[in-house]
Design a protein. Structure first.
Length: 256
């Protein structure tokens, strides 16, 4: 827009030269030159007015423009590219509709009343057709206001259905169910979910110790079973060997 203002300024100067140059130099120009001067002056003035009022707004890629009339948000979104706005009356706020990533920590309880701390990541973007509604109803910080509490409530609802052991062994199943709840909840606020992941589950120290002891006990049982099987195999081999030796001695006696 500054370029248009510069061109308009040059046009006005040229118009002044055409219009008043003959008077300064004491010469007479052909009649069409003063007329051309008027055209330059008129065109330059119009260009300068447009440059000052700036009735155009360019929306960058990955964005939408939210229009306000005298400060009142309108149910209107400007698409990417060059748009016309009414000077002074209308204001445009850019709104980013690209994909963003949000990380949040949550604390929930399992069905066996064990506390779980989890970290989640959510990739999301605002519905490009509803950014005016989002700005009007929630505001620019809509993500921080809405998404963490939706994730918390969704996790709380699903983890309450599983024991702590099941949460560790069925993490993908849990994640899928939580994602469905998050999608259904956020779409009401015109927030679209692109991807969701549970980064990790963290349990109490007591539970971690219990899991470790259980694993050790399970390993001890497996080791004892292997030793028992080995002992049984050795006994069977010894029995077979003794039986073979007895049969050999019996055959020798019969020959004598």
């Amino acid at each position: 827009m500054w370029l248009l203002g510069l061109i308009a300024f040059i046009a006005i100067l040229a118009g002044l030269v055409f219009q008043f140059g003959p008077m300064v130099l004491g010469k007479k120009y052909p009649s069409e030159l003063p007329h051309g001067g008027k055209l330059f002056l008129g065109g330059g003035a119009l260009g300068l007015l447009i440059a000052i009022l700036n009735p155009f707004y360019i929306v960058e890629g990955g964005h939408r423009g939210v229009v306000s009339n005298w400060g009142a948000i309108q149910n209107q979104e400007l698409g990417e590219g060059l748009n016309f706005v009414i000077p002074i009356m209308q204001k445009v706020d850019p709104w980013d509709v690209r994909i963003f990533k949000l990380e949040t920590d949550s604390s929930t309880v399992s069905s066996d009343t064990q506390t779980i701390t989890s970290k989640s990541t959510l990739n999301y973007h605002a519905d490009p057709k509803m950014v005016a509604e989002i700005k009007q109803s929630v505001g620019n910080d809509y993500a921080d206001k809405i998404i963490p509490q939706v994730i918390q409530q969704s996790l709380k609802s699903i983890t309450a259905k599983y024991t702590l052991i099941e949460l560790t062994s069925k993490r993908n199943e849990v994640r899928d169910q939580v994602e469905v709840l998050i999608r259904n909840s956020l779409i009401k606020y015109h927030i679209i979910v692109d991807d969701y992941a549970i980064v990790n589950f963290e349990f109490s120290d007591q539970f971690e110790d219990a899991i470790e002891k259980k694993q050790i006990a399970s390993q001890d049982v497996e080791r004892a079973q292997l030793e028992l099987q080995k002992a049984q195999t050795d006994a069977q081999q010894q029995l077979a060997k003794a039986q073979a030796e007895a049969a050999g001695l019996k055959a020798q006696r019969e020959q004598i």
